[in-house]
Write a protein that binds this ligand. Structure first.
Ligand SMILES: NC(=O)c1ccc[n+]([C@@H]2O[C@H](COP(=O)([O-])OP(=O)(O)OC[C@H]3O[C@@H](n4cnc5c(N)ncnc54)[C@H](O)[C@@H]3O)[C@@H](O)[C@H]2O)c1
Length: 247
């Protein structure tokens, strides 16, 4: 689908990757709606991007957001399911200092699953219901992560991002008869506010582990998202974009 034909919702588009996607889509002539819990970030988006507060962990908010977004754009034929958070920690381990056994809290597990997995799945459900009801073909792009292959200290995030990639294939099969494509992009470590909060030692270790010798930039990830929009024969797959740093 040509970018200027897109009427697209970007979740989590008030910063980082989502903000970059929204700006690139706007520049390409697409109609764009951003939903995010970060109201300051929403307010700072360029004119021309429709925006409204959205907590993807809240099903009622999704139910009112999607028709509102479609109304702003005069239709709806695409979604970038991008909102996400991390709450890292070992699932269970022994503290080197105190010998204490530590576990990832149930709260950190539940929150990451609620936003990164359940929220994303509910967005797909609502957006696709809207498309099917109106007989409108479309494209869904899920933002997974290379952590989907398994990553120390990220059990909650891995569970969410792996399930999102697996269901990309499930949903591809369910929605293909309606002319709706579903694909995913799984970025490696990319410079955004998510990684800016990591300590320098961890960042240096990440950089050292990337064969191409640098972290990703939002533009690197956008190229893969753009390919998915562009190629009408591409569906069901998750594209890992990581500079060679496969987990
Ligand atoms: N940056 C990386 O290295 C990296 C790597 C792999 C995958 N990802 C994924 O890319 C996506 C974007 O991350 P980013 O790096 O741009 O981080 P980011 O923190 O800059 O952006 C995430 C956005 O999601 C929003 N958000 C958080 N909870 C929300 C909720 N409940 N409802 C709606 N919006 C919510 C935040 O306010 C923020 O604007 C995430 O899904 C993330 O898991 C990032």
């Amino acid at each position: 689908m040509e970018l200027d034909k897109l009427k697209v919702i970007v979740t989590g588009g008030a910063s980082g990757l989502g903000e970059h996607f929204a700006k690139q889509l706007l520049a390409a002539g697409a109609q764009v709606v951003v939903g995010d819990v970060n109201e300051e970030g929403l307010a700072a988006l360029p004119e021309g991007i429709h925006r409204r507060r959205l907590n993807v962990a809240d099903q009622d908010e999704i139910a009112s957001f999607v028709p509102w977004a479609a109304k702003q754009m005069g239709g709806l034929n695409a979604l970038i399911n991008n909102a996400g958070i991390i709450r890292d920690g070992l699932w269970v381990g022994k503290s080197r200092k105190t010998g204490e056994i530590r576990r990832m809290s149930r709260q950190d597990w539940d929150l990451v699953i609620a936003i990164n997995l359940t929220g994303a799945a509910l967005m797909v459900q609502e957006v696709v219901a809207h498309m099917i009801e109106r007989d409108e073909p479309g494209v869904i792009v899920n933002i997974s992560s290379i952590a989907r292959h398994g990553n120390r200290g990220q059990s909650n995030y891995v569970a969410a991002k792996a399930a999102l990639a697996a269901n990309t294939r499930t949903w591809m099969k369910e929605f293909a008869p309606y002319g709706i494509r579903v694909a995913a992009v799984a970025p490696g470590a990319t410079e955004t506010s998510m990684t800016a909060n990591m300590n320098q030692k961890a960042l240096d270790m990440i950089k050292a582990s990337v064969p191409l010798g640098r972290m990703g930039q939002p533009e690197d990830i956008w190229r893969a998202v753009k390919f998915i929009f562009d190629c009408d024969y591409f569906t069901g797959e998750t594209i890992d974009v990581h500079g060679g740093a496969a987990l």
